[in-house]
Write a protein that binds this ligand. Structure first.
Ligand SMILES: *Cc1c(COP(=O)(O)O)cnc(C)c1O
Length: 407
């Protein structure tokens, strides 16, 4: 096997420098464990950024993907195939069953990523709103993807600045503040884009009742409520979708990360008049809803259901948060989030250091911001694996705290 250092050197010479060079080269995975190219093993507590919902090499997903690849790997959208129809029907049923009210018509468009799901949502709301509503409202610190439309909606000025103007009229508001939102949304607005919890801002939840406030503001003004559940969806919070915990339905819902369990797929779901706002020819994707990706997603949904992984995410996520909270370290300022999706806010900008020390101890976590660690393990993680991590955490944090240069 090529060594990690050799692979990293080749990476650096052959790949564009946009990611920097990641410190670890992974070779394989099994369950919640991965191995690097030098044979070291790690407990995976980030799951490819909340993607590998079933962990690595899950037999149900492997079988589904292998069988579909051998049967019909690709059709394009010139042809109907059963997996995409089945997957759309499954998502619609999960959304219908999860709400007390009648959501009306629900339809799905399949893309290949979160950014593309949001691009579809952006075109959909513009199509539905017409020319008289050119403005989109989005939130500071929010993240919707790196393609130009999705980036235009992303509330991180450093990500946007070098690449604009985008030709999208976006009004940014502070996240979680319904009063400011009410003032910002008027009848010139096609839509409000918002995440139920801002993942890339450090698993930062909105204030209580925020989604219901967004719903009310959109109803009052006629703007579409677009909920980006690319990171929060598919069981991550202990519910199929985070909005189901609030009893609030959006007009448009976007999904991706956990949906394919590691295969690339995204979805844009329209409710009511947004279900059928696209006319024939309005949008498309060669790979979107590819049979192999859809087969993987069906395997993910089946396994979450049959193995009770929603309840497990709620219970084990609670255990994870409790155990981290009870660690006696001056570095831990706050543990937030829901289910198996947690942000650990540190009392200093030590997240990168804690990430490095964790890897040295055999645990993969993510420094999502300078002062927040993100933990988003496979939904299949066991109680023992969580305790293995939280048992090692005091030593990791002590080491990191000792390396902090006092201010
Ligand atoms: C990751 C993410 C995206 C972008 O998804 P990609 O698949 O990387 O394009 C969009 N929205 C949210 C909330 C995300 O977490």
């Amino acid at each position: 096997m090529t060594s990690g250092s050799e692979l990293r050197a080749r990476f650096e010479a052959a790949l564009m420098p946009n990611y920097g060079t990641p410190p670890i080269a992974l070779a394989r995975g099994e369950g919640c464990r991965v191995w690097d190219t030098d044979g070291r093993s790690y407990l995976d507590l980030i799951a490819g950024i909340a993607v590998s919902a079933l962990g690595h090499g899950h037999p149900v997903l492997v079988k589904a993907v292998a069988e579909q690849a051998a049967t019909l790997a690709h059709t394009s959208n010139l042809f109907v195939h059963e997996r995409a129809v089945e997957l759309a029907e499954r998502l619609i049923a999960l959304l219908r069953d999860g709400t007390a009210s009648d959501p009306g018509d629900i339809r799905v468009f399949f893309a290949n990523s979160g950014a593309e799901a949001n691009e579809a949502a952006l075109k959909l709301v513009k199509r539905a709103a017409g020319a008289g509503r050119p403005t989109i409202v989005s939130t500071d610190g929010g993240f919707h993807g790196r393609t130009s439309g999705a980036l235009a909606l992303t509330g991180k000025p450093a990500f946007r600045a070098p690449f604009g103007p985008f030709g999208v009229d976006v009004r940014f508001v502070p996240y979680g503040d319904p009063g400011v939102l009410r003032d910002a949304v008027d009848d010139s607005c096609a839509a409000v884009f918002v995440e139920p919890v801002q993942g890339e801002a450090g698993v930062l939840p909105a204030s209580d009742g925020y989604l219901a406030e967004v719903r009310g503001i959109c109803d009052a003004t006629g703007a579409a409520f677009v909920l980006d559940e690319v990171q929060s969806g598919i069981g991550r919070t202990g519910h199929w979708f985070a909005h189901q915990a609030e009893g609030v339905l959006p007009d448009v819902l976007t999904l991706a990360k956990g949906l394919g369990g590691g295969l690339p797929i995204g979805a844009c779901v329209g409710f009511g008049r947004y279900a059928t706002a696209f006319a024939k020819g309005d949008h498309g994707s060669t790979f979107g809803g590819n049979p192999v990706a859809c087969a993987a997603a069906l395997a993910v949904l089946d396994t979450i259901e049959t193995d009770g992984l929603l309840a497990a995410a709620a219970e084990l996520g609670g255990l994870l948060a409790e155990e981290i909270t009870s660690v006696d370290s001056p570095l831990v300022a706050e543990v937030r989030g829901a289910g198996l999706w947690r942000g650990v806010r540190l009392s200093s900008q030590a997240a990168a250091n804690v990430q490095t020390r964790s890897a040295e101890h055999g645990f993969l976590v993510n420094a999502v911001t300078p002062d927040v660690l993100r933990i988003a393990p496979p939904l299949t993680i066991s109680r023992e694996e969580i305790l293995e991590f939280t048992g090692a955490l005091p030593a990791i944090l002590d080491q990191s705290a000792a390396e902090e240069t006092p201010a």
